[in-house]
Design a protein around this ligand. Structure first.
Ligand SMILES: *[C@@H]1O[C@H](CO)[C@@H](O)[C@H](O)[C@H]1NC(C)=O
Ligand SMILES: *[C@@H]1O[C@H](CO)[C@@H](O)[C@H](O)[C@H]1NC(C)=O
Ligand SMILES: *[C@@H]1O[C@H](CO)[C@@H](O)[C@H](O)[C@H]1NC(C)=O
Length: 343
């Protein structure tokens, strides 16, 4: 009986070994989370910053409250801890880690006026020291460049913010205003740098895009332009060691145009997950996992998310991509679910 099974097993095992895997980690404590930032703080911390939480535990659709919470997940112990909250509640915050410090460079804040409620850009910028568990103020983003949901890249001590969204209105036509502007923060001089004209704007406005830096080049993948239905499939590339060469648009297009996408770098591939604006599904949430190979300039399909989500950032660490929280319904429904993808 056994010998007849062996060929069958040999047939299945190698295929299985090449299938990407998902593992579930400890969920985000206290509140489910969406529109937060996700960072890797070496050697062992995944940090989540700000975002939105439900205001009503029986209804996980808007309105949400913007939270200043910051929580650390320890990769070695699979446990979460609470750290000093952000100096102000923000969602879609632009954040990065450089040399062991967390930088928070503007984002969106709650706003209410006679027209109604919205999220508006704040230029407020801060640095967080994990050793002292304290935040301090940095020079704010230039006022005209304040936004959240920028594509973020880090290279040579500088943080690159590309595009973003400067308001999201919950009334009237539900306007979402996107930008193409590029801002550069130098973490050594702690100042905003001027950017050469060729690199100062993305070819088109983008927010909710994926981003990665590899071999000195920044890639901005997908995203949207002025609202959820306007999903994009572009790959924009900038050589960070020679900004004068400006942004170029790759011939390679994402297989599934998407915004609200999470992206994580593993080796020479940018893995992209989920997103928002899938008109073919009731949830409106994309399930696709697709990878862009920066060397071959090609996209490939890598499967599906086990729990399709949008409105979160992913981070690639040592060959795995960590994806905490996110929304499981277009526009809403934050979850505490935290999983890791192993390509
Ligand atoms: C929570 O939301 C549900 C559904 O919208 C609503 O029926 C209920 O009254 C809300 N509860 C509170 C406390 O606001
Ligand atoms: C992470 O957990 C490990 C194992 O419990 C511990 O040794 C380490 O100090 C923790 N790291 C931080 C930053 O808390
Ligand atoms: C990195 O941080 C260390 C410790 O805070 C500091 O001494 C060093 O100058 C920093 N390096 C850079 C390039 O900023």
């Amino acid at each position: 009986m056994f010998p007849t099974l062996i060929p069958l097993l040999l047939f299945f095992i190698p295929i299985h070994a090449h299938n990407p895997a998902w593992h579930t980690l400890s969920p985000i404590p206290l509140f489910p989370r969406q529109e937060h930032s996700t960072l890797f703080l070496p050697p062992s911390i995944i940090a989540i910053l700000g975002g939105v939480i439900p205001t009503n535990s029986t209804s996980l659709i808007p309105p949400f409250a913007t939270t200043p919470l910051m929580q650390f997940y320890n990769l070695s112990s699979n446990t979460w801890t609470f750290r000093a909250p952000l100096p102000l509640p923000m969602n879609h915050a632009n954040a990065a880690v450089v040399n062991g410090t967390i930088y928070l460079l503007g984002g969106l804040i709650e706003h209410e006026d006679e027209q109604g409620r919205s999220w508006q850009a704040s230029p407020a910028s801060f640095a967080y020291c994990p050793v002292t568990n304290t935040w301090r103020a940095l020079p704010p983003l230039p006022a005209a460049e304040a936004r959240g949901s920028a594509a973020i890249g880090v290279h040579d001590g500088k943080i690159y913010l590309a595009g973003g969204m400067f308001d999201l209105e919950f009334y009237g036509a539900q306007v979402q205003n996107s930008m193409a502007v590029v801002s550069v923060f130098d973490t050594v001089t702690e100042s905003w740098e001027s950017v050469p004209a060729q690199a100062k704007f993305l070819p088109e406005p983008r927010d909710h895009a994926g981003a990665a830096v590899s071999a000195g080049k920044m890639y901005v993948v997908g995203g949207r332009d002025h609202g959820m239905p306007h999903v994009k499939d572009t790959v924009y590339v900038l050589d960070l060691s020679n900004l004068e060469t400006g942004w170029s648009t790759s011939k390679a297009r994402m297989l599934t145009p998407r915004g609200g996408v999470a992206a994580g770098l593993v080796g020479r591939k940018i893995y992209t997950f989920g997103g928002e604006g899938d008109m073919s599904r009731k949830s409106g949430v994309f399930e696709q996992v697709e990878a862009y190979d920066m060397e071959t300039d090609r996209w490939e399909s890598v499967g599906k998310m086990r729990m399709p989500r949008h409105g979160t950032y992913a981070v690639g660490v040592e060959g795995r991509v960590y994806i905490p929280g996110g929304g499981i319904l277009q526009g809403g429904w934050p979850v505490a679910h935290f999983d890791v993808f192993v390509p």
